[in-house]
Ligand binder design. Structure first.
Ligand code: F6P
Length: 546
């Protein structure tokens, strides 16, 4: 376990504290006026990603101090430790080796003395073989019909990554396949996802690292009943169910032949698993070549993160800016605003990646953290958000740093759509940074009483991330950019970004409440008075309706 002096006591942090008031009083208007090259200087470009951070409230000194903070936190050695397969997930005593999932054949990455890369490629090859069989119609259901519907049952990392990847790469998907996702325990999710499907043409992928997750196992059992009741063939499970898991025993117990199981390992965190076998639905949708191209994109970013000097390292700069906004400007949230319709589920995916990773209140050695940790991530694709919540970002009382994301080459060029889309994205970050002064509003002849309403104070920070075309490779780079930015921040706060103990208490309490809802038991309830009354209210409705 690493015992590092608290971040807030480090020399660089203390220097940043002294430095912050100077920057706080500066306006982006001034910073740009003073340095005509700012928009060109404060950018970084690597592996096909152009990252503009000029519209953050920083000076060269801020950057220098943030980089010093990174150096003092031991970020370099922590990156090396991750890539070496050290057990950096200290509370679960595990490596966090998602980087091994996209390592090319021949690279050696060891866990407990064993090179894991050959196993990774063996599973990828099996996935490729299976995907090809499904896509080509060679893999048939038990009645001899070809598979046309793929339903992924999983939750958290076993759902959000696959959903996001499928939606993002839909352009590359085989269009005669229907791909659906069931995650929520709410029966509606299952019913709506299956109501129009022919069971004889449906393949379920049960995706669960542990194969014990309540929601996933409940949905999996419902799926099995649905299939067996509809097809009336006791041996149907073998042709209609495959599993993705680390838990072969539980998979076998469920009734899935482990020959139809795609393995991954405990050194892959759920929210870092979309490029493991958890991505089987993605691979079936887009094909193995595209999936491998996505892995290559991830790997390019891994290499960039591992080797680039910090002042040109995209995830490091991104992580440091996020920390600056969060810990010094007290920004509570980050808005993720992809100007790309295919990325509509990207903000939801990032919520788990960022908040399950960095929503922690103690350091790795259990000490209370003296500053805020992970900010709240949220967002919607542009331009929809502009007609909804942007009002608050522009004129509300909160500071909300934004990540604008765009692909300069459209996948669906249609008249002027792409130019208009990009014009909107650029306009938003410009408006946020520079605003509109009262004088400018007055000069337009606006009556005095309306001037305050039409004034934009500006000085609202944003990053703009531009890529070429939304390809599988580009998506891999983008996701890895955020993964490593999250890691960078976690290292600075000295937290374990790879555990998630905060989800456990709710699970345990739900397990206790389930039987209390299933019976009309008159035994006294032993919760607090609010929970007791809620349970009674539910029971009344449940048992009256029968
Ligand atoms: O919500 C907690 C969590 O453990 C996530 O970290 C994980 O992605 C999800 O549950 C699903 O877990 P599993 O893949 O084991 O079903």
């Amino acid at each position: 376990m690493t015992t590092i002096a608290p971040l807030t006591q480090s020399v660089a942090w203390q220097a940043l504290k002294v430095h912050y008031p100077k920057v706080q009083s500066l306006h982006l208007r001034q910073l740009f006026a003073d340095d005509p090259m700012r928009g060109e200087r404060l950018t970084a470009e690597a592996i096909g990603i152009y990252f503009d951070y000029a519209k953050h409230r920083i000076t060269d000194e801020t950057l220098m101090l943030l980089l010093q903070l990174a150096a003092e936190s031991g970020l370099r050695s922590r990156i090396d430790a991750m890539f070496r397969g050290e057990k950096i997930n200290v509370t679960e005593k595990r490596s966090a080796l998602h980087i091994a999932l996209r390592a090319p054949k021949g690279q050696v990455i060891t866990v407990d003395g064993e090179d894991v890369v050959p196993e990774v490629h063996a599973v990828l090859d099996r996935m490729a073989d299976f995907s090809t069989q499904v896509r080509s119609g060679v893999w048939k259901g038990c009645t001899g019909k070809r598979i046309r519907n793929i339903v992924n049952i999983g939750i958290g990392g076993s759902d959000l990554g696959p959903v996001m990847a499928y939606e993002s790469l839909r352009h590359y998907s085989q269009r005669d396949l229907t791909i659906r996702f069931i995650s929520n325990i709410d029966g509606t999710a299952f019913v709506e996802a299956t109501h129009d499907l022919d069971a004889a043409e449906t393949l379920f992928i049960i995706a669960s690292k542990t194969f014990t997750t309540l929601e996933t196992m409940t949905n999996a059992h419902t799926a099995r009943d649905w299939l067996l009741n509809t097809l009336n063939q006791p041996d149907a499970v073998a042709r209609h169910f495959v599993a993705v898991s680390t838990n072969a025993e539980a998979v076998a117990q469920f009734g899935i032949d482990t020959a139809n199981m795609f393995e991954f390992w405990d050194w892959v965190g759920g929210r870092y698993s979309m490029d493991s076998a958890i991505g089987l639905s993605t691979m079936i949708a887009i094909g193995s070549d595209h999936f491998r191209a996505m892995l290559d994109g991830f790997h390019q970013m891994d290499e960039h993160f591992r080797t680039a000097p910090f002042d040109r390292n995209l995830p490091v700069i991104m992580g440091l800016l996020s920390l600056w906004n969060n810990n010094f400007f007290d920004a509570q949230t980050v808005a993720v605003l992809p100007y790309e319709q295919y990325l509509k589920r990207f903000p939801a995916y990032l919520q788990q990646l960022t908040m399950e990773s960095n929503g922690k209140h103690v350091t790795q050695d259990g000490q209370a953290i003296a500053c805020q940790t992970g900010p709240i991530y949220w967002g919607e694709p542009g331009t929809n958000g502009q007609h909804s919540f942007y009002q608050l970002i522009h004129q509300g009382t909160r500071l909300i740093p934004c990540d604008f994301i765009g692909f300069v080459e459209p996948l669906n060029p249609l008249g002027t759509h792409h130019d208009v889309l990009f014009a909107n994205m650029f306009a938003q970050s410009e408006a946020l940074a520079f605003g509109k002064t009262a004088e400018e509003v007055e000069a337009e002849g606006i009556p005095a009483w309306l001037v305050p309403h039409q004034t934009f104070e500006g000085n609202r920070p944003s990053s703009t991330i531009l890529l070429g075309r939304l390809t599988p490779e580009a998506l891999g780079k983008l996701v890895a950019l955020y993964e490593h930015s999250v890691f960078t921040q976690g290292v600075l706060w000295n937290i374990d970004s790879f555990d998630q103990w905060g989800v456990e208490l709710g699970k345990a309490l739900a397990a206790r409440i389930i039987p209390e809802l299933e019976t009309e038991d008159r035994n006294p309830l032993n919760h607090d008075s609010s929970t007791n009354t809620l349970i009674q209210h539910y029971r009344k409705a449940r048992f009256q309706s029968h």
